[in-house]
Ligand binder design. Sequence first.
Ligand code: PSU
Ligand code: MN
Length: 300
Amino acid sequence: MKLVYSAEVAAARRTLKPLVALETSVLAQGLPYPHNLEAAKRCEAAVREEGAVPAPMAVIDGQLHVGLDEAQTLRLSTGQGLMKIGSRDLAIAVARKATGGTTVSATCEMAAAAGIHVFATGGLGGVHRGVEDHMDISQDLPAISRWPVAVVCAGAKSVLDLPRTLELLETLGVPVVGVGTNELPGFYSRETGLFVEHRIDEALEAAEMIRARRDLHQGGMIFALPPPAKTSLKRADVEKHLKAALALAKKKKIEGKAVTPFLLGEMVARTKGKTLVANLALLENNARYAAKIAVAFGWK
Ligand code: PSU
Ligand code: MN
C-alpha cells in the first residue's frame, strides 16, 4: 500500500514518537461544518497535549494520506460530494482518483499498513436495528477483527442494536474492554445496561493487552470509554428521539451508507444540538485516551 505521510507524521516516524490514527468520515459525513473542523482540531490538540502525534487518514485525489495538513482537513470538512470510504471503497477511490473521508474500517486498514497501533473514533459502526430485515452490518466490525489496531471509542453508536453488536464482536474474536467501567458505554449516553467482560483503569494495561495480542498475531481490539458526564445524554432521552429518527429513515427509505449519517443528523436536530455537543466532547475524550495508550505503548 503506497501511503503519503504528512510532514508531522513523517517526522514522528523518524524520531519514534507515538502516533494515533484518526478517522475522517466523521468530518466528511458525520458532523456538519464548522463543527467537524472544530472536532478535528480538538482531537489533534488533545493527542499532542498527551505527547503523541495525530495521524488522520483520508483519500485525497486517489492518494492514501496518513496525516493531513490544514488545507486538506478544511477540504474534507467543507468539500461537496466527498466519498464515504470504507475498506471496500479504498481501491475504487484510488482508481477513480477520488477524495473522501475514511470510516473505521478503512482507517484501521491504513493504520495497520502504517504500523500505527492505536486509533481513536467516536462511536463504532455495528449491527443496525432490524438487521433481520435488511442485513445492515457495518464493515467496521470485520475490519477491527482483521487489522491489528486498537480502536478507542465511546462504545458503538446508540442508533445500533447494541446486544447484537456485542455478540458479533464475540463471534469475530474481538475483545471489548471497558475503560474505568464494566458497562458498555452508549456513545451519547454513559450507560447501556450491557456489560463487558474486561475492565482497565490505566492506559498501561491497554498497552500490555495490545502488545500481547500483537505477539499472538491476532487482530484489533476495542477500548470503550464512557462519554464525558457533563455533555452526555440520558439513555431514555436518546431512545425517545431515536425511535422517531428510525421511523423517519424507514419512511424515507434511507438505505446503505446513507443510514448512519442520516440518523446522526436527525439526532442533532431532534435534541436541539445536544448530541452534537456530546459527539464533539466524546471524540476529544477518546483521542486523548488513545494518545495516553500510544505513549504507554511506546514505539515498536
Ligand atoms: N462515529 C461518529 N461519527 C461518524 C462515524 C463514527 O461519531 O460519522 C462514522 C465512522 O466513520 C464509522 C461509520 O466507521 O460512521 C460507520 O458507518 P456505517 O454504519 O455505514 O458502516
Ligand atoms: Mn451499513
